[in-house]
Design a protein around this ligand. Sequence first.
Ligand SMILES: Nc1ncnc2c1ncn2[C@@H]1O[C@H](COP(=O)(O)OP(=O)(O)OP(=O)(O)O)[C@@H](O)[C@H]1O
Length: 209
Amino acid sequence: MLRTENLTFKYTQQLEALRFPDINLKTHENLLILGESGVGKTTLLHLLSGLLKPVTGKIFIQGVPINTLTQRKLDAFRGQEVGLVFQKSYAIKTLNVIENLSARLFFSKTTVNIEDINNLLNQLGLKDCKNNNINELSEGQLQRLAIALAVVHKPKVILADEPTSSLDDNNCKIVMELLVKQAKQTHAHLIVITHDHRVKPFFKNAITL
Ligand SMILES: Nc1ncnc2c1ncn2[C@@H]1O[C@H](COP(=O)(O)OP(=O)(O)OP(=O)(O)O)[C@@H](O)[C@H]1O
C-alpha cells in the first residue's frame, strides 16, 4: 500500500509551491507518472523516496508515515524498502558487478541468499559479467545493473526516474518488461516517472502532472 495526501513542496527560490495529486496504490498496483519537463516529476519521486520532505501533506508506505520518521529511521527505511532506478547506473566504479550487489545489500542491512542473486543476474542477462568491472559493461548492461541494484534487496517500492528516455524502442520494451517482472516477483509497487509515452502500455494506472 502506498498513499499520499495533499503533498506540496517548494524550493527556496520558488515563489509558488509545487502541488501534487493524491496517490492511492493498493497491494500489487503500479503507477505511471507523466508530465512535461519542469512540472515536478523528479521532485515527486524524491518526496516518495524520502530524499525530500514535503512542505505539507503525508506519505504512507506500507502504512508507515515516512515524513514523520526521524532522519535516522528514514534513512534505514529508504535503504530497506525503496529501490531507485535512475537513467544512469549509480554503481561503484571500483567494485565489480557482484561486489556492487553485495555492497547494496550491506548498506540496506538485508540478507538475500546467493541463489536469489544468481537468479536475478540470470533474468537480467548479467550472469556472464558478474565478475566484470563496471567500466567493462555496455550501456545496456549498465542499465540492467541499475535495475538489479534497485531490486536486489527486495524493496516494497521501486521508483524509476526516466528509465527509458535514452533507449531505442527495443531496449525501452526490454527495460520496462524487466521492471514490471521484478516488481511482480518481489511484490513491490513500481512507480515510473517519465515524459516517454512509449511506456504507457505497461501500466493500468497513470497520472499526468
Ligand atoms: N534544486 C532546485 N532548486 C530550485 N528549483 C528547482 C530545483 N530542482 C528543481 N527545481 C525547479 O522545480 C520545478 C520542478 O522540477 P523537477 O526537476 O521536479 O521537474 P521534472 O518534471 O522532473 O523536469 P524534467 O522532466 O525536465 O526532469 C522546475 O521548475 C525546476 O526548475
